[in-house]
Design a protein around this ligand. Structure first.
Ligand code: PMP
Length: 456
């Protein structure tokens, strides 16, 4: 079934007086009026009042289909009943203790049972913390300080993984020798020296770089499908080379699955044949509450063990394994059975196929990447193969902004420059709404779109 979005109704309905007032006030208490750099503000942020299933409602009463899901966290949508009930129950029994709980064993068991190579787990509160402790674990295990990461990949706010996160054609350096680009002015030179920047799916370069630098590298940090670097799948031969080189040179592999664990019941590494020593998790495993986790091979995870005295890596945290996040995570993960993943996979396949068909029918300069419940629309005729192919010019940026704005005006939140995601309360109606809107966008904005391909 396809249906035309009711563009006029939605268009006329939208007003932002409450959001405007809130933003004016927020400017007096936050440096730029927001408390996260990732907040969309076009031109002002939309302040949300509540979420329900696949939909969000802003303070001005506008309704949106949510394809952001708090940066891919909310795999069951908003206010998922089992999570709400579990959190209410736990809140009435206490929100945090300086002692362990039975629940933390249960959530850890779910992860150990489902995710290959996760023999042991430690909980933290964010994906950033999970990546930070996985890197510390790799350093302690190997006795080396350096790390390697892929250009353009996002892994949170630990300095070493921030290197070259936002590299540009002006500063990323030669193709066969990527530069370690600082994220902020004043980033220590030592951090840049200690971070080797690799290029995703470039097997020959990987061989050359690891042969030269492996003696000082503790781990390669790899997101199996890096969202901000293009949401592109790894080539099997590239992963095979990565395994062989890392094994040969005593370098660990850290799979950052904070975002991509949602690709399947067994996670993303299992999906693509990646065999990591450590896996970082977050987002979906907390059911919408703050969480992170480091999992991995027993031998490596022993660096956290205090069984025989002081651990090699001291990992604590006031709110680590807090019962609220843990019970929310149990409820969300229990509901994420194989049938739920099959539903998401089917919806994702249908949506990506629809979008590709619409692009072909209009001979439009767009391409779609993604897998499972994730997708990303690129303003290029062919799919990017790695981060450098995703660099956009001002005309392409303008079209992407118009696309996001167009979706928002028609009641759909479509992230710009990052992964969009489906969630279990969605169905074919939502997939068709997204497809129909994209078709309408290509029709209504053909002049803007054509201007992208004109020589500057
Ligand atoms: N790694 C990846 C791959 C992520 O996508 C994110 C968050 N978007 C992080 C790490 C950091 O997680 P958090 O925001 O919970 O610190």
């Amino acid at each position: 079934m396809t249906r035309q979005p009711n563009t006029e109704d939605q268009h006329d309905m939208q007003a932002f007086t409450q959001s405007e007032a809130a933003f004016a006030h927020a400017l007096s208490v936050f440096p730029d009026g927001t408390s996260r750099v990732t907040i969309e503000r076009d031109p002002i942020p939309k302040y949300m009042e509540r979420g329900e299933g696949a939909y969000l409602f802003d303070v001005d009463g506008n309704r949106y289909l949510d394809l952001n899901g708090n940066f891919t966290t909310l795999i069951h949508g908003h206010a998922f009943k089992p999570v709400v009930e579990a959190v209410y129950r736990q809140l009435a029994s206490g929100s945090c203790f300086a002692n362990p709980t039975l629940m933390e064993i249960e959530l850890a068991s779910i992860l150990c049972e489902r995710i290959p190579n996760v023999d042991r787990v430690r909980f933290v509160n964010t994906g950033t913390e999970a990546v930070m402790f996985a890197i510390k674990a790799a350093r302690a295990f190997t006795g080396k300080a350096g790390i390697a990461k892929f250009e353009g990949a996002y892994h949170g706010a630990y300095d070493w993984v921030e290197v070259s996160q936002s590299a540009t054609p002006e500063n990323w350096g030669p193709g066969d020798d990527p530069v370690s680009v600082p994220l902020y002015k004043g980033m220590p030179e030592s951090v840049l020296d200690e971070t080797l920047v690799l290029r995703f799916n470039h097997t020959e370069l990987l061989e050359k770089q690891l042969q030269a630098h492996a003696h000082r590298i503790a781990a390669v940090v790899i997101d199996p499908m890096p969202s901000r670097a293009g949401l592109i799948a790894p080539n099997p031969s590239f992963l095979e080379a990565l395994h062989q080189l890392c094994r040969h040179h005593g370098v660990l592999i850290i799979a950052d699955e904070v975002l991509n664990l949602r690709q399947g019941y067994h996670g993303a590494s299992a999906r693509y044949g990646l065999k990591p020593d450590l896996i970082t998790m977050g987002k979906i495993i907390g059911g919408g509450l703050p969480i992170g986790a480091i999992g991995g091979r027993e031998e490596v995870m022993q660096v956290f063990s205090a069984k025989s005295g002081r651990p090699l890596v001291s990992q604590g945290g006031t709110f680590s394994a807090n019962p609220l996040s843990i019970v929310a995570g149990i409820a969300a993960m229990r509901a994420l059975d194989k049938a739920a993943f099959a539903l998401l996979e089917g919806l994702g396949n249908r949506l990506r196929a629809n979008l590709a068909d619409i692009i072909a029918q209009h001979d439009a300069p767009f391409a779609v990447t993604g897998a499972g419940s994730l997708f990303r629309i690129h303003p290029t005729r062919s799919k990017p193969r790695e981060f450098r192919d995703t660099a956009t010019n001002p005309a392409q940026n303008a079209v992407l902004r118009t696309l996001s704005r167009f979706f928002s005006r028609h009641g759909v939140i479509l992230p710009n420059g990052a992964a969009s995601c489906l969630s279990t309360p969605m169905g074919e109606i939502e997939v068709d709404t997204i497809s129909d809107l994209f078709r309408l966008f290509l029709q209504e904005h053909s002049a803007d779109i054509n201007s992208m391909e004109k020589p500057e």
